[in-house]
Write a protein that binds this ligand. Structure first.
Ligand code: SF4
Length: 318
């Protein structure tokens, strides 16, 4: 990809699960490995919005945290503007990236004032009070809030106002990439579209790159240039939004789309079964235990992403 702001190659994050029981402790057994993110290649270009969709437990949030260096990978590489990011440089690179978390009721420190919350990234970067004052007023205008909110605390704000504060904090340092983790799922339906419209307007004005993590296909459709589907720690399909959502290739993306009610069908068919445990992944294709098109080969051989038209798909049907 030309001008990738961020690129990952073979990115992995394996955790040791917490020790479960007395016997584990007595016999000093190693807790099992949780493969939260397993061999993920992805690029995000300047000004691009990538929607990352999948059910809970598919590894989306861990991938987002890895990309903004809030987690250290256990394998693979991350490149920021073409330069490989080493763990010792995480603090340097982190200044260029921000994350907006799912729940604005939990992600804002209730003891801090709005101004302290919003200007925190500038404080960490050592900017003067004058710069912080000017930038605070600027970003509050950008997110549609009055600068007189400065002394308020999160408890004094509505859910929509809190998420606008979280967005203001994310943009105040003019980052290159913002990862938004389910940015509207904790908000009332009436406020969700306001926050999405704000994100789109800010991207258009400042050319930010976003990765929007969502289980809601409608959100991905509305904001994204490209969509990636994640299943059990892996990307299984990625391509232009119109292409992927109009003509999904991977059976898992097809199943996710069937779970969205449309005016025509009004019927929701959630994907059958559950996301497998990331401790005990199926052999072969990880989706084979739920896939209506499963073949013998799927149970033993793990398909890699390959080009099918304009999209990349990991499936033996292609
Ligand atoms: Fe289904 Fe096989 Fe494709 Fe996996 S590889 S999604 S099991 S058809």
């Amino acid at each position: 990809m030309v001008d990738a702001i961020l690129e990952t190659k073979g990115l992995r994050k394996y955790f040791r699960a917490a020790k479960s029981g007395l016997l584990d402790r007595i016999f000093r057994q190693q807790p099992p490995l949780v493969k939260a993110v397993d061999d993920v290649d992805v690029q995000i270009a300047k000004g691009e919005v990538l929607g990352l969709v999948g059910e809970s437990g598919s590894g989306k949030t861990t991938l987002g945290r890895l990309m903004v260096t809030l987690e250290t990978p256990t394998g693979g590489e991350i490149y920021f503007k073409g330069e490989q990011v080493e763990p010792k440089n995480h603090n340097v690179v982190r200044k260029h990236m921000q994350m907006v978390f799912q729940n604005p009721y939990e992600s804002l420190d209730p003891r801090q004032s709005v101004k302290a919350i919003v200007t925190e990234p500038l404080m960490k970067m050592g900017f003067s009070k004058d710069v912080k004052d000017v930038q605070f007023e600027t970003v509050m205008t950008e997110v549609g809030l009055d600068k007189n909110f400065a002394r308020r605390r999160p408890k004094d704000l509505s859910g929509g106002q809190r998420q606008r504060i979280a967005v203001a904090r994310a943009i105040i340092s003019s980052p290159d990439l913002i990862v938004l983790d389910e940015p509207t799922s904790a908000l009332d339906a009436s406020v969700q579209s306001q926050v999405l419209n704000l994100l789109v307007a800010l991207r258009d004005k400042f050319n930010f790159s976003y990765m929007v993590i969502t289980h809601n296909i409608a959100v991905a459709r509305y904001v994204s240039d490209r969509v990636a589907t994640m299943y059990a720690g892996r990307l299984v399909e990625i391509g232009p939004t119109g292409q992927v959502l109009k003509d999904p290739k991977h059976p898992y993306t097809q199943a996710l789309l069937k779970s969205v009610p449309t005016l025509a069908t009004k019927r929701i068919e959630p994907p059958q079964g559950e996301v497998p445990s990331l401790i005990n992944l199926p052999t072969g294709c990880r989706f084979h235990t739920r896939c209506p098109f499963v073949m013998d080969k799927c149970k033993t051989d793990d398909p890699a992403l390959r080009k099918v038209g304009d999209v990349d798909v990991a499936c033996w049907l292609y």
